[in-house]
Each structure stands twice: as structure tokens, then as C-alpha cells.
Design a protein around this ligand. Structure first.
Ligand SMILES: C[C@@](CO)(OP(=O)(O)O)[C@H](O)COP(=O)(O)OP(=O)(O)OC[C@H]1O[C@@H](n2ccc(N)nc2=O)[C@H](O)[C@@H]1O
Ligand SMILES: Nc1ncnc2c1ncn2[C@@H]1O[C@H](COP(=O)(O)OP(=O)(O)O)[C@@H](O)[C@H]1O
Length: 275
């Protein structure tokens, strides 16, 4: 079977507390976008509980057994008598970008295995497995706009619809590691309650809605700040770094958005092919 794990953007992100387990509590809104990887998964002859894995497209910077797709298979294989599978991941969502591509691959692998082998795991069950693989993995099980708290794994559906706008995602030529971004942060109470994001007109987001990672990440990677400024200069109603960066997105009124100077770094925009 073939599946298409999609990316997410974070609209606002507050890191509110350092936890005793080494993680942080946060508040954010996850919004799914149409930038996608391609994952081909098929049953394979041979010994059970083996995952033959191949990565094409963007080369992922970690060993195969650390790949979230392989980890997702192994997690389910520890609970179910799974036949061997062959998985090819054609990677197009850049990593180190705050787009959650690896987390999405993991969540979609769980969903695909559940369907392919008729495991009958509930949505809640899949979310529990997903949150063991990464803090923002659980979101990609339902894959609907959500307010998230806790480690990013406590999810509340949010009625938020951005179809009337054009979203542009830009990735400057740098990568930010999630752990590095968290290490630079001083947790503080959220200044705006993101649960109420959908009650605020989009034109007011610029003043009220912030991503806490921007301060330290922009200081280290000025190119990311420049992209955000450029998006505002080009007419974005709202622009922000997503997650821990380095990806930046702009939300524009639909129409002729001209982004000439950023062209080479645009990785996705609504309803248009890449670049
Ligand atoms: C920052 C966010 C915002 O949505 O997204 P990305 O920028 O990665 O896409 C997420 O919190 C990233 O979640 P995810 O990428 O799943 O993180 P994990 O693999 O669980 O953790 C990687 C590392 O980040 C730190 N970490 C992560 C999540 C969290 N709530 N607190 C943390 O302190 C920990 O140091 C952890 O070892
Ligand atoms: N399938 C995968 N796709 C991308 N990265 C993966 C994958 N599996 C493991 N990783 C590891 O996770 C790290 C972060 O991946 P990802 O969640 O895509 O990025 P981001 O933190 O930008 O959202 C990568 O640097 C890589 O080492």
C-alpha cells in the first residue's frame, strides 16, 4: 500500500515549564499542510517481525534502526505477531525544519500497519503508541487542527480552517535540532491562550501569537529571521517560524503572491507545485 504522510505547522508555541523527565510542557496549535512524503509498504516473505527499509529522496541523517518508520514497525511488532514488511520512504519533507516529517512518517506507519494487517487498534490506541515514538507524533494520527499541551501529545480538536488563504513554506539553508532549540529556552507562562486562536481574526495574530523558539533560534540563525521579515514585506497577514525551525511559513490572502527573492527556498505553497 502507498501512503502520503504530511507535514504540520505550529501556529504559536509557548514553552511553559521544564518537566522532571527532561522534556518541556508546551502550548501550541498544530495545523496539517499538504507537503508530503511517500511511503510504500508491502508484506514480504521471510521471518516474522523484520522490517526491510529503504530511504530514497532526501537522505535522512540517522541510522536505519533509529528511523521513526522502523521504530514504529518494531513498536507494533513487540505487541503483535507481524509478518515481515518492506518499506520504501521517499522523503521530501526536510528534517530540522519544524515540519514534523519524521513524526508524521511514524504515525502513518502505525496507521498503515493497523489497516494492512487488520490489527483493530483504536484511534486512541494508535495515539498512545505514537506518543511513545515522539512528542508530536500523536497529532498525526487524527491529523486535524488541534490545540496541543503537555509534551505536545495532549490534543484538543480545534475548528480552524485556512482554506481561504494561501500558505507558503520557506526553508532557509540551515537545520535546527529540536533538542538544541529546547536547550536555549527559558520556560514562561503563555501570554496568549492559544485555545482561543480561532476566535481571533487572522489579522490580529501578528500582534498576539508568538513562537517562543524564535528569540534564541533567530539570534543563532539570522537567515531565518530574514525570511520571516521578507514574508511580511511581501504581504503576509501572519508569518512565523514553525516548531523549533528552521522552516518559516507565511499566510497570505489568495491571489498573486510574489516571492521572487525567496523563490529558491520555497518548499511548498497551497495548490501549487514545489518551486
Ligand atoms: C518543537 C516541536 C513543536 O511541535 O516540533 P518540531 O520543531 O520538532 O517539529 C515538538 O515539540 C518536538 O517534538 P518531537 O520532534 O516529536 O520531539 P521528540 O523527538 O519527542 O524530542 C526531541 C527532544 O526535544 C526535547 N523536547 C521535545 C518535546 C518536548 N515537549 N520537550 C522537550 O524538551 C527533548 O530534549 C527531546 O529529547
Ligand atoms: N523518517 C524520518 N524522517 C525524518 N527524520 C527522521 C526520520 N526518522 C528519524 N529521523 C530523525 O529525526 C530528526 C528530526 O526529524 P523531523 O521530525 O522530521 O524534523 P523536525 O524536528 O524538523 O520536525 C532527524 O534529524 C532524523 O535524525
Amino acid at each position: 500500500m502507498r501512503i502520503y504522510p504530511n507535514a504540520k505547522i505550529n501556529i504559536g508555541l509557548s514553552v511553559t515549564e521544564r518537566r522532571t523527565d527532561g522534556y518541556h510542557n508546551l502550548e501550541t496549535v498544530f495545523y496539517p499542510v499538504g507537503l508530503r512524503d511517500v511511503l510504500e509498504l508491502n508484506r514480504e516473505e521471510g521471518p516474522k517481525r523484520v522490517c526491510y527499509f529503504e530511504n530514497t529522496g532526501i537522505a535522512i541523517d540517522c541510522p536505519e534502526d533509529k528511523n521513526l518508520v522502523v521504530r514504529a514497525y518494531k513498536l507494533l511488532a513487540s505487541a503483535y505477531d507481524l509478518p515481515a514488511v518492506r518499506i520504501n520512504l521517499f522523503k521530501t519533507i526536510p528534517f530540522g525544519a519544524g515540519l514534523g516529517g519524521g513524526s508524521s512518517d511514524a504515525a502513518y506507519t502505525l496507521k498503515a500497519l493497523n489497516e494492512y494487517f487488520e490489527l483493530r487498534i483504536s484511534e486512541k490506541g494508535l495515539e498512545n503508541y505514537a506518543s511513545r515514538l515522539g512528542s508530536d507524533c500523536a497529532f498525526f494520527i487524527r491529523n486535524r487542527p488541534a490545540f496541543a499541551s503537555g509534551k505536545g501529545d495532549v490534543l484538543e480538536d480545534m475548528a480552524l480552517e485556512l482554506d481561504e488563504y494561501e500558505i507558503v513554506i520557506v526553508k532557509p539553508d540551515c537545520k535546527v535540532s529540536t533538542a538544541e532549540a529546547y536547550a536555549g529556552i527559558s520556560p514562561a507562562k503563555a501570554v496568549f491562550n492559544l485555545r482561543e486562536l480561532n476566535l481571533l481574526p487572522l489579522t490580529a495574530w501578528r500582534k498576539q501569537v508568538k513562537n517562543d523558539f524564535e528569540t534564541t533560534v533567530f539570534a543563532k540563525y539570522p537567515a531565518i529571521r530574514k525570511v520571516k521579515e521578507e514574508l511580511y514585506n511581501r504581504g503576509a497577514l501572519y508569518a512565523s517560524m514553525t516548531g523549533s525551525g528552521a522552516g518559516v511559513f507565511g499566510i497570505f490572502p489568495k491571489g498573486d503572491v510574489v516571492l521572487d527573492t525567496l523563490q529558491g527556498n520555497i518548499i511548498w505553497r497551497t495548490d501549487r507545485s514545489v518551486k
